[in-house]
Ligand binder design. Structure first.
Ligand SMILES: CC(C)(COP(=O)(O)OP(=O)(O)OC[C@H]1O[C@@H](n2cnc3c(N)ncnc32)[C@H](O)[C@@H]1OP(=O)(O)O)[C@@H](O)C(=O)NCCC(=O)NCCS
Length: 189
């Protein structure tokens, strides 16, 4: 199920447009995801072009033949793509080392929320998340879930400010390593 509504709003003085992505947007969406999640720094920074190409391919496939109850939204400012988010009805991703842990049925799950560096702290992510809530309500779901790394304090603050609450804390790796938090927001009517 795909929404084709377009919303425009003023986010902190920025004229923002939010619309569903199409397959033609895959390259630009992949560029933002690579910038935000795989920056060209550190030991494996040189891999970024390959990661970006792979992300583009995966996204183009998803956007060409979107599954039911899936959407990728993009935020643009003057036609420039500045942010993206995906939401789908799906099973909860499990820690790889504990298959079946806390298995749940399909739920509305948010992933790949990313805003270009140059457009941060202008309310872009907040607007994307609010748009996702509208979509999820149209899917007749009462909750939205997402994961965030415990050390991602900026994102955590954003989610808390929108009413997300901690559902549980998960260990990425057995016994050590960073913790991943499963958050949930109950949508009012
Ligand atoms: C996290 C991210 C999506 C936030 O995007 P954004 O458009 O800058 O967020 P918003 O402007 O909508 O932020 C709204 C509120 O969230 C909080 N917030 C967002 N980023 C923050 C940060 N880096 N530090 C502290 N608070 C932050 C603030 O309360 C902010 O309101 P304020 O600016 O009035 O103080 C962006 O920093 C990003 O793409 N990060 C890399 C990818 C990532 O971590 N994605 C989330 C994965 S779970």
């Amino acid at each position: 199920m795909k929404s084709f509504e377009i919303s425009s709003e003023q986010a902190s003085g920025v004229p923002l447009t939010i619309r569903p992505a199409s397959a033609e947007d895959a390259g630009r969406v992949a560029a933002i995801l690579a910038e935000c999640f795989h920056p060209v720094e550190g030991l494996v920074g040189f891999l970024q072009p390959w990661i970006q190409a792979s992300l583009k391919g995966e996204l183009a496939n998803r956007l060409r033949t979107p599954p039911a109850f899936y959407n990728c939204l993009i935020a643009t400012v003057d036609e420039q793509l500045v942010g993206t988010i995906e939401v789908a009805m799906r099973g909860l991703p499990q820690p790889w080392w504990m298959p079946g842990f806390g298995m749940r049925d399909r739920l509305a799950y948010v992933s790949n929320l990313a805003v270009s560096n140059a457009f941060r702290r202008k309310g872009v992510a907040r607007s994307l998340l609010i748009e996702v809530e509208h979509l999820v309500r149209r899917w007749n779901q009462a909750t939205v879930n997402l994961h965030v790394m415990e050390h991602n304090q900026g994102a955590l603050r954003l989610y808390r400010s929108l009413g997300y609450r901690l559902e549980r804390s998960e260990q990425e790796w057995p016994l050590f390593g960073p913790r991943k938090l499963l958050l949930e927001k109950r949508l009012g009517s």
